[in-house]
Design a protein. Structure first.
Length: 255
């Protein structure tokens, strides 16, 4: 079973004393929308579910449309496959048709090129691969820094087009958010911070950006100070919580 996550939507504030400069925050009324779901909707994951509160297992007919079955039980999902390959617009539109428009939220994992700064060239969209050199096409990995501007522009354009396909079927309350999950090797350097900001600049302005730093040193000392200066450009900062082995090195992904 994939992990379960809780997704917090952007807050809406209704301050009855908004015209009073001396009003206290305690008088603010905030509504936070929380959506809960799992990572993905694989058939193997759904096969053991009970449907309709009757103790009935999903039928073969149910399993032909696994996302529709999933959406009947959960209000949100994290699309994990977008980390490995950018989904086509037609694929995203097909997913949207299986859920209730305006009532279901898609959260996408960022394409691995954007978070790992390298990628298997076979995972790149065909149009982008055509812009690679012969040596790059047959390489095991292609570095972000090795891609020219045209290739980077095109891969971001294709990624954004897929997200907008979901955005068009969403609502102001739901929207679409992309999770940029930076691994432990992505430490708090000036170059890495510039890279994160470039990802925000290239991500379509209508799409929310949630950032997860697995390396906890992003949240201490000078790195924390620098992060605080730019955090408003993100939709949210995420943290993964899991038990910590007290005998470990301490460089855990837990924040």
């Amino acid at each position: 079973m994939s992990y379960v996550f809780s997704w917090m939507g952007s807050s809406t504030v209704n301050n009855d004393n908004k015209n009073n400069d001396n009003s206290n925050d305690i008088n603010d009324k905030k509504t936070i929308h929380v959506f809960q779901g799992t990572c993905g909707w694989s058939g193997q994951q759904l096969a053991s579910w009970e449907v309709g509160g009757q103790g009935r297992r999903p039928s073969p007919v149910d399993m032909k449309k696994p996302l529709r079955l999933y959406a009947s039980q959960w209000p949100a999902v994290e699309v994990n496959s977008s980390n490995y390959a950018i989904p086509t617009v037609s694929a995203v539109e097909g997913w949207c048709k299986q859920v209730k428009s305006g009532e279901f939220r898609f959260t996408f994992k960022a394409f691995s090129l954007f978070t790992h700064k390298q990628v298997d060239p076979k995972a790149l969209p065909a149009g982008v691969r055509e812009l690679l050199s012969v040596s790059q096409r047959v390489a095991r990995r292609v570095e972000w820094s090795e891609l020219d501007t045209a290739a980077l522009d095109l891969v971001w354009e294709i990624f954004n087009e897929s997200l907008i396909a979901a955005y068009r079927r969403s609502t102001a309350k739901l929207g679409v958010v992309v999770v940029f999950q930076y691994q432990l090797s992505f430490g708090p350097t000036a170059a890495n911070l510039r890279h994160v900001l470039e990802c925000r600049r290239r991500l379509d302005y209508r799409i929310g950006m949630a950032v997860e730093f697995r390396d906890r040193s992003w949240f201490v000392g000078e790195a924390k100070t620098q992060l605080n200066l730019v955090r408003r450009v993100f939709w949210a900062l995420l943290a993964m919580f899991q038990p910590v082995d007290e005998n470990s090195s301490g460089r855990s992904p837990t924040l």
